[in-house]
Design a protein. Sequence first.
Length: 232
Amino acid sequence: MSEHSIPNHVAIIMDGNGRWAEAKGLPRSKGHEAGALSVKTIVEECVRHGVKHLTLYSFSTENWNRPQEEIDALMQLLLLKLATEVPELVKQGIRLKHIGRKDRFSKEVQEAIELACAMTADGETLTVSLALDYSGRSELVHAVKSMLAEGCSSESVTEESLASHLYTSDVPDPDLLIRTAGEFRVSNFLLWQIAYSEIYISECCWPEFGAEEFKLALESYGCRNRTYGTLK
C-alpha cells in the first residue's frame, strides 16, 4: 500500500457494541469495554499507517435517550480511559480534540475532557477527535448562530466561512468514513464534512474491528477513484 493511497483523515461510526455483548450473553457495558480496546488498536494502526487525523463517533446527542444505567457506564468508562491512556498518548505525540457540546456532561467529565485535550495539545503524530454529545445538524445550527453573533452579512456567508465555524475548523474533511456492524446510514455524523468522503461498511461489530479489518478498509479506499463530481 503506497503512502499516496493512505487517507489523511479517517472518520468512524463505531457501531455494534451492544449487539456484540448481547450475542455473547453479556451486559451492554461489556460491549462498550470491548469497544474501547478496539479504539486503542485503531489508534495504533493509524499511527502505523501514517493516517494523520482520526475522528470517532463516541457519544451522539441521541445517545442521551439510552437507559441511564448504560449512560453512567459509558461516562465511567470515558473517565477511566482518559485517566489511564493520556500519558501514553502524550509519549506517542497523539493529540486529543473534543467536538460537540460539553455543557450536558457532569463537571467531572467536562474537566477530564479539558485536561486530556490540554495535556495532548502539542501532539503532531495523530489528531484523534472524539465526537462526544455530537450531532451534525446541531453543529450546523451552532455554526450559523456563531456567524450571526459575529455580525456576518449574507454576502460574507460562503462555504469557507461556514466551515471555519464548525467544531472541525482546524482539521481537514474526512477522506474515508467507516461504519461497522453492517449499517448503511450516516446517523447525523459530520453531515457537512463527509460530502465527498469515501464510505466503507464493515459487517463486523465494533469490538471485532481490529487491525486486519482496518487494513481492508484502507485497501478498499486505495482502489477508489476520487473524482469529486468531475469527469475523470
